[in-house]
Design a protein. Structure first.
Length: 119
């Protein structure tokens, strides 16, 4: 087990990771910082600038806690979620939908990978 890290998640510096696939040129640019990772779990901070993009999750559940920003997340099933600071969202493995980000979103996240997919 690693030593515990303490990070100010609101102001922690992130590493630019590029543009979300399918977003218009220059929009929906992302940055992140992975705080912990093992074979089944990933915990980190993620940020995306304004723009719209489709998202498809693999074989993992994701729990998100929003720290900043304003966005509308629409699932392929028609469910709609308003992103605001202090809110949380959990999506199941295989989730897909669309993000329409109006102001830069920063979130902490926990991914739990499907352990059965490795069998």
């Amino acid at each position: 087990m690693r030593d515990m890290d303490s990070v100010d998640v609101m102001w922690a510096p992130l590493t630019a990771t590029g543009q979300m696939p399918g977003a218009p040129e220059g929009e929906a640019r992302t940055a992140e910082r992975v705080l912990y990772e093992d074979e089944h779990t990933e915990i980190g901070i993620w940020e995306v600038t304004p723009g719209g993009f489709d998202a498809v999750h693999g074989r993992y559940v994701e729990h998100m806690h929003f720290l900043a920003g304003d966005a509308l997340v629409t699932g392929s099933d028609g469910s709609v979620y308003q992103v605001r600071p202090g809110r949380t969202l959990t999506v199941p493995a295989g989730w897909s939908g669309r993000w329409d980000v109006r102001s830069t979103v920063r979130k902490t996240y926990v991914l739990v990978r499907d352990v059965d997919s490795e069998a």
